[in-house]
Design a protein around this ligand. Structure first.
Ligand code: PRE
Length: 364
């Protein structure tokens, strides 16, 4: 009897869900039709580049997160709307995105997080290759890792930002979870672990405690580590859960990164000027005279204008001995009047100055 009642209750609820789904379907397609009209407006205005508008997407996400009454949490709502916009954009004009592959890397996860499932993602073999592919017009945008909360900067990305005329059009933050995986061999019998150098550094303590005598073999990416372990009956890998699933490996230990907050920040690179949203960041690179106090003096306009610097990183300039360039991230958009004035002053004082990009802060 109770079961019959339960079935009746369930059927009634499901009828209501079906009704709402019909309404949602209608609304989703009405929204998609509007996005197609937006495409016509862009075309009529003579736009022939990408139709992607990161500032508008950030605004939509912030708006729905702020208005979300629950019980869905705001991050989930933002994920849903990200996918919705991705699907709408694919109807306007599909977007192509090159990322540091192979499939199953954190960079792929970051690219999907930022562009959604509607974008056509292409794995390429290295960070320089991402830059080259975008510069050659073979992809609209590229996604590369730039810094990790445990391990610091990805120098190859910084050096290429300096060398290429591409712009930073966005940032993506991703919680990075590492796993010990294998095709079957348990840790006790493992002779080798394939691991990317950044990952190795992020799991240093775990490896010292759990695998002190296992040989560590360095590979070019987290996904390659999984691929190598698949071919090696005595080898394991540290890799992503996505790569383990993709390549048919077992997860032996999950979440083995030393810092439970371990996060990587990625940059979107391309040839697009992104408009202000009110919650933006600006990235630039500069150098100063090699004199005591000159860096302090160079950065004074920022402090004077109350602009907060979220990051500063020095790298050898690779021209001249002990010459350095400084990578800076600031709060605000380069078009915000206070930021624009401070940047003009910086540019005047610096011996070298390059604006890398000005873009919305990561929303999710
Ligand atoms: O507003 C636009 O410019 C659109 O193209 C519409 C839309 C959306 O679906 O809301 C789609 C893609 C853009 O990246 C931003 C927003």
């Amino acid at each position: 009897m109770a079961n019959k009642e339960e079935a009746k209750g369930l059927a009634a609820l499901r009828r209501q869900i079906d009704q709402l789904d019909d309404q949602l379907l209608e609304l989703l397609n009405r929204r998609a039709t509007l996005a197609m009209e937006v495409a016509q407006v862009k075309q009529a205005a003579g736009e022939n580049g990408t139709f992607w508008r990161p500032e508008r997407e950030a605004e939509v996400l912030q708006r729905v997160m702020a208005r979300n009454p629950g019980p869905l949490d705001s991050e989930t709502v933002a994920w849903l709307f990200r996918e919705l916009m991705s699907a709408c954009l694919a109807l306007e004009r599909p977007l192509t995105v090159a990322y540091l592959g192979p499939a199953g890397t954190f960079t792929q996860m970051a690219a999907t997080k930022h562009f959604g499932q509607g974008a056509r993602l292409t794995p390429v073999s290295s960070i320089p290759e991402v830059f080259r592919t975008v510069q050659a017009g073979q992809a609209d945008f590229g996604v590369v890792p730039v810094e990790n909360s445990t391990e610091g900067s990805v120098n190859l990305t910084l050096d290429h930002l300096l060398d290429y005329p591409l712009k930073v059009c966005g940032e993506v933050q991703l919680r990075v979870v590492h796993n010990l995986v294998s095709a079957g061999v348990p840790l006790a019998d493992m002779q080798r672990i394939y691991v990317h150098y950044q990952t190795r550094a992020q799991c240093r303590h775990w490896l010292a405690e759990h695998a002190p005598r296992v040989q560590l073999v360095e590979v070019a990416s987290n996904a390659e580590a999984a691929l190598r372990a698949r071919e090696d009956a005595a080898g394991g890998a540290i890799s992503t859960a996505a790569a383990a699933e993709l390549y048919g490996l077992r997860i032996l230990a999950a979440g083995i990164e030393d810092d439970a907050e371990n996060t990587t920040r990625f940059l979107v690179i391309g040839d697009l000027d992104v408009q202000p949203t009110g919650r933006d960041k600006t990235s630039l690179v500069l150098s100063s005279h090699n004199r005591p106090g000159s860096l302090h003096e160079l950065l004074r306009p920022l402090a004077a204008a109350g602009i907060s610097m979220t990051r500063i990183e020095s790298r050898p300039a690779r021209r001249g001995l002990w010459q350095y360039v400084f990578f800076l991230d600031l709060e605000g958009h380069a078009k915000d009047p206070a930021v624009a004035a401070a940047l003009a002053e910086l540019q005047e004082k610096a011996t070298f100055y390059k604006l890398l990009g000005t873009y919305p802060k990561a929303v999710i």
